[in-house]
Each structure stands twice: as structure tokens, then as C-alpha cells.
Design a protein around this ligand. Structure first.
Ligand code: F6R
Length: 241
């Protein structure tokens, strides 16, 4: 695992953008596994600026996002489709048809999971998977105690995740209880993984995930067994390692 230490959130965002931009420069038709959340927001801003300057192009990139809330329409402001469109896709030159997320409104959950698996396979797997780290060690919405073997699935969110995500909703009741997520299997099959983490609230879980035992109780710990992981974090997130 490569560990890149950054001063603060802005520095982390620039350094992580360097890694992702290098991937796209070296392989313009990269398949990127992308994530939502607070951690990659600054990095997306950096990538938008670089794309506008003409330093990088996403014209040939395919993006396949990690996850989506079940029950939210794409135009719902808290859906991950909305997040990705507004925080990245609408501002770069990626063709909309090349951007993919699970369909939160799918009526047939099993069929939707199968469609997503087939989509990943049809693009030859993921070249670079971007991840944030949940306070409970989740990656995507692969929650503690799940199976490392899992493919794309519909998952019931844990109380800890619902609590962490309530800041984006008007009330706790509005936070979806289920989500679709890419499984650990596809994440582990990605050729490269880039994980971004910032803030003191992540310090303990960074230590457990990357310096503790590999266990389904801390889903991100499986990344210790991946051959090409780059972890970019700020001083606060790395304060216990
Ligand atoms: C987002 C995702 C989640 C987040 C994680 C960290 O698509 O899959 O696993 O990466 O919950 O979220 P932030 O970055 O908001 O701390």
C-alpha cells in the first residue's frame, strides 16, 4: 500500500487529483469506479479545473459509480446520481451515456444487481476504483459483518451509516434505509484502488482498517490484500498511524 500524507483537506484533494489525473492521462479510456461523499468533493473540484484548462480529458472515460440509495429518483437532490452530475459530470467533458450508477428506482432488485455486474464485466472491469472510508469501516455500502465475496447487492444500511448520512437530509426519517452497492469482489478486482480520507473522525478507523486484522467486521481491511492501493489522507486522519 502506498501512503501519501497531505497537510489538510485541500492538500489531500490536490494530491488525490494528481493520482486520478495521471491514470486518465496514461489511459484516456480508463474505466473509473467513482464515489460520492465529502471526501472526494475537493478532488472533483480539482479535476474540473484541470479539465477546463485542457490538462486532462474525460471524453473517453467510462465511470461506474459504487452505489446509490434505493428508493431515490435520479433528480432527488440527495441521490448519488444528482451528486455526481452536479459535483463532477456536468462540469467535465465525459459523455453522459458513459456515466453509470445503480438505478435507485429499480423494481426488480435482483435484476438490477445482475445488470450492474454485467455492466462492469462488459467494460472489462475497473481500472481505478476511488473509495472513501465510512466511520464504521465500510467501503461503498459494504457494511460491517457482510461477506467479502459479495457481488453488487441491495443492502440494509446500519444505524451508524444512517446517522452519518442524516446531515444531508431534513430529518432522520428521510434517510433511505436501503442502498445498492458494488460488492467487495468488484472492488478487489479493480486494477488500482485510490482511497481518500480526511479529518480526525476517521483516525481510529484508518488505524483499524489498514493496521489491524483483516476482518469482515471492518470491510476496508480487505484492501490490505489488494496489490495496488494508494491511500491519500490528511494529518488528522493519519494522526494514529
Ligand atoms: C460513497 C460511499 C461511502 C463513502 C463513505 C465516506 O459513494 O460509497 O462509502 O465513501 O461513507 O463518506 P464521506 O466521504 O462523506 O466521509
Amino acid at each position: 500500500m502506498k501512503i501519501i500524507r497531505a497537510k489538510d483537506y485541500d492538500d489531500m484533494s490536490r494530491k488525490a487529483a494528481n493520482v486520478l489525473a495521471a491514470q486518465v492521462l496514461l489511459k484516456p479510456d480508463s474505466v473509473l469506479g467513482l464515489a460520492t461523499g465529502s471526501s472526494p468533493l475537493g478532488m472533483y473540484q480539482q479535476l474540473i479545473e484541470r479539465c477546463k484548462k485542457g490538462d486532462i480529458s474525460f471524453a473517453k472515460v467510462v465511470s461506474i459509480n459504487l452505489d446509490e440509495y434505493a428508493g431515490l429518483a435520479p433528480e432527488h437532490p440527495q441521490s448519488y446520481r444528482y451528486f455526481m452530475d452536479h459535483n463532477l459530470f456536468n462540469h467535465i467533458d465525459i459523455p453522459p451515456a458513459s456515466t453509470h450508477l445503480p438505478n435507485g428506482l429499480a423494481e426488480d432488485a435482483t435484476g438490477e444487481c445482475e445488470r450492474y455486474e454485467a455492466l462492469i464485466a462488459s467494460h472489462g472491469g475497473i481500472d481505478m476504483q476511488l473509495l472513501g472510508l465510512g466511520n464504521n469501516g465500510h467501503i461503498g455500502f459494504n457494511e460491517p459483518g457482510g461477506s467479502f465475496e459479495k457481488a453488487t447487492h441491495k443492502v440494509q444500511l446500519t444505524e451508524s451509516t444512517i446517522d452519518a448520512n442524516k446531515r444531508f437530509f431534513d430529518s432522520l426519517d428521510e434517510v433511505p434505509r436501503y442502498a445498492y452497492t458494488m460488492g467487495i469482489r468488484a472492488i478487489m478486482q479493480a486494477r488500482r484502488v485510490l482511497l481518500v480520507v480526511a479529518g480526525s473522525q476517521k483516525a481510529q478507523i484508518v488505524r483499524e482498517a489498514f493496521f489491524g486484522p483483516v476482518t469482515p467486521e471492518v470491510p476496508a481491511s480487505i484492501l490490505q490484500l489488494h496489490g495496488d492501493v494508494t491511500l491519500v489522507g490528511d494529518e488528522e486522519a493519519f494522526s494514529l498511524i
